[in-house]
Design a protein. Sequence first.
Lengths: 274, 274, 274, 274
Amino acid sequence: MAEKYRQNEPIEDVQNRPDPRGIAINKVGVRNLRYPIVILDRAHEKQATVAKVSLSVNLPHHFKGAHMSRFVEILNEHHGDMTMWSLPDILHKLKERLDAESAHVELSFPYFMERSAPVSGAVALMDYQCAFIGETENGADEFILRVTVPVTSLCPCSKEISDYGAHNQRGEVTMEVKGEKAGRPEMIWIEELVEIAEQSASAPVYALLKRPDERHVTMQAYDNPVFVEDMVRNVAQRLMQDPRAARFKVTAENFESIHNHNAFASVEWQREKQ
Amino acid sequence: MAEKYRQNEPIEDVQNRPDPRGIAINKVGVRNLRYPIVILDRAHEKQATVAKVSLSVNLPHHFKGAHMSRFVEILNEHHGDMTMWSLPDILHKLKERLDAESAHVELSFPYFMERSAPVSGAVALMDYQCAFIGETENGADEFILRVTVPVTSLCPCSKEISDYGAHNQRGEVTMEVKGEKAGRPEMIWIEELVEIAEQSASAPVYALLKRPDERHVTMQAYDNPVFVEDMVRNVAQRLMQDPRAARFKVTAENFESIHNHNAFASVEWQREKQ
Amino acid sequence: MAEKYRQNEPIEDVQNRPDPRGIAINKVGVRNLRYPIVILDRAHEKQATVAKVSLSVNLPHHFKGAHMSRFVEILNEHHGDMTMWSLPDILHKLKERLDAESAHVELSFPYFMERSAPVSGAVALMDYQCAFIGETENGADEFILRVTVPVTSLCPCSKEISDYGAHNQRGEVTMEVKGEKAGRPEMIWIEELVEIAEQSASAPVYALLKRPDERHVTMQAYDNPVFVEDMVRNVAQRLMQDPRAARFKVTAENFESIHNHNAFASVEWQREKQ
Amino acid sequence: MAEKYRQNEPIEDVQNRPDPRGIAINKVGVRNLRYPIVILDRAHEKQATVAKVSLSVNLPHHFKGAHMSRFVEILNEHHGDMTMWSLPDILHKLKERLDAESAHVELSFPYFMERSAPVSGAVALMDYQCAFIGETENGADEFILRVTVPVTSLCPCSKEISDYGAHNQRGEVTMEVKGEKAGRPEMIWIEELVEIAEQSASAPVYALLKRPDERHVTMQAYDNPVFVEDMVRNVAQRLMQDPRAARFKVTAENFESIHNHNAFASVEWQREKQ
């Protein structure tokens, strides 16, 4: 069979061909890509973890395709450093090298924090699923931090109506918060959102509890019953009081111990412009 | 221990208590509930399948909690019949029995269609993941049909630049379409969206192919190379021409055979009011 | 380009070629195939549901490949009827049509049962993930029923050491049981295994509970604390007493409400030959 | 309510109570625990990644329960170092501190390797899902390395019977290998298994390919067609020739581009004692 290209001959750029359909594409890119990243950690400066990555740009109607390999090239140039502060740089490179007007990045990763058990003080690592979501569009950058915090929730109704006991379960509180100050992205620590979620539930969950700790959290949960509705309201109240929170969505979900389905609630909120 | 309730004494309604926090909840409900449903089928009138169900309502700021068991009660009253035509009824019952202003239903289920192989005519069932999404808010009902169609996609760039062969892979085209006619929900068949997606890809995928069929689809794919960008544009073009499509989002994703990550593209579109 | 085959000319059977490597293959087949099935139901005779299907055979060392389309053909011939009684027939067809010595079938599906709430009697459907696993090898057929039952488990340690309350959670009990009588497969109902698992836990879980029911199951769980170790032993004890259980594996897993990880235990057992 | 325990009073050890049921438990432990680990890397000495962890021991019939918190304590003592060489130490600590006769550890994690594209030499990280599985029982330690390698597979039948083109897809080759030398665990590098799998498929997959690379792998795959049966046999042949491989299971699975289900094959093999 004849060879299409002789050595060193340029290879045709099919993606660069014009497209006749006249339809602009909102997002084109790569996703489900795993990548080791290093992120900022309030206690230890830096933390190594592994992210699922999604990168995309818009595609104007006159181009046939995006050059997908450039997404991975840009990721490789940056992998030593993924923070709120490097995200804008990645977004702008995506825009520039892919000839786009908007760009979108999402990094989802487990984040680890050393936690001390409440009575014994025994220390162990707890994991929290987090995400950095960055977007640049119409010249404005936006940065959203998402943190999912596992918690214990104990049902106020079950406690109230039963002579003893109360059903409780593992739940999850997910917060997506846009941090902003004077119109620019503003840092919120993962650690801060973990704290807010735990204070809004019946009790925190831990990786390691000795017997005196188990006794403590059992009673702590019984003393602080909450519905999913209470958890989202408690978190919302706290976030509304934080001037850095320009916009948020908070969701609570209970893996109900008395059902085979989950209960959930969510609140979305945006700070009024001043 | 003293009993809290004597026989037949009314049990306190904790959810009904007033809430002092002044925070309205956008959505509260149940999710991840599995349920057998019967849906309309263009070829056989009815088809039995199994859905993952999510049901929710809004909760005004003055109520402490929603009565979660009512969601499941309403689902049980309806389970024999889940169509675009019964969804409004479920939405209105949710609103009414939960004292809410808005309600949301999502049923996600596999749908089966008998497909004939292109040469041998051998018949087998193919599965398509679908969803009915219904919402009622401010007195208006909305109905969205989501269908995910597995397809073959063959890379135009790989074909163009290689002396022989071309990488191809399983891809998925997902369409979310709001059907509307004269301001009211309008029926679009699952079968219609499956057809649109398959015509927009390199070739359909089948559950059963004999050798002459395999030969056929191999060459069909090679003759019709498409990027993810092409697939979303092809689908968008077809949907724009259908007056029932008031709004849609179409996404294509390729499980790239030469990468360990996926390529994707999406287009969102809304018909201008006339 | 020259056409390889003229109309009606036989197409070469590549799979049928001899293989020189001399390596026999234990299992070759298809998996992750979704299929609607109808199964026996103790209360209603028949129940329609949707299965994930895996079908395989062994491949002697001298064949290059298996004819994969035959798996789907055999499935299509049978889809109206999937029970313990039709499984041997499918296994024997697989062996015969694929020239194999052993065959393996696995159908995994949700199964629904109407359950009445313990006080109000309110009726709703509960789902249980089940599987039929059939194997024929060396002339012997084997049939295994797998049932996973969601339950409530309440921690005996937490109850014992706390002044009030006790952590509890959703757990899952999974039983895989080989039913046999006089050396031949013997029927065990899904309903029987559901009952055994629920009696072995702190309390059953339900799809629908009204307030008096919630009060009941809260106290029932508190009165019957169990570890995962207790649940597997309770189930094992019951199964050992059932002469149809020739072999079983039982696993219990708790989605711990005080941790972000799960606790689990498992027991495997085989009846001694008599 | 009366307090059960005064300050500093010992809390009852419920797990340590005797159990009257006389049923030994094969495995009891924790799973689905996420943990950051550091593992050996042939190119860079050490690599930080994140593992899903499962730890278990047997429980003799006379104990009521295992002390679950000890699993997490032992993991915390070791988290800086997880290699084939530290696994025996963890296993022995589990046995000792939990008064058990057998112990089992499974760490599943993504592993990253820098790969150069075949023509351009462009470098990017590829991820491979791996696991360390260790077991100690009856005084003998066993160590199994599991590696899953994504590959391209191109169908020999489709190539043979079609005038042009050939369907191909992403596939996965999973190898579980017990390394042994003179009756003791013996090291096999993840990198070695990756190489074996890639040589056994139609072509490797990469994270980053420029156009000349895409041209290369497209033709490489077309020149090396393989069924899932071929892939498992090719891997098996290579492993049989490696004297360190005392036992293995190899599975290949294709995400078929012409079907919505997967094709798979597996071979299990054990070296005869010499």
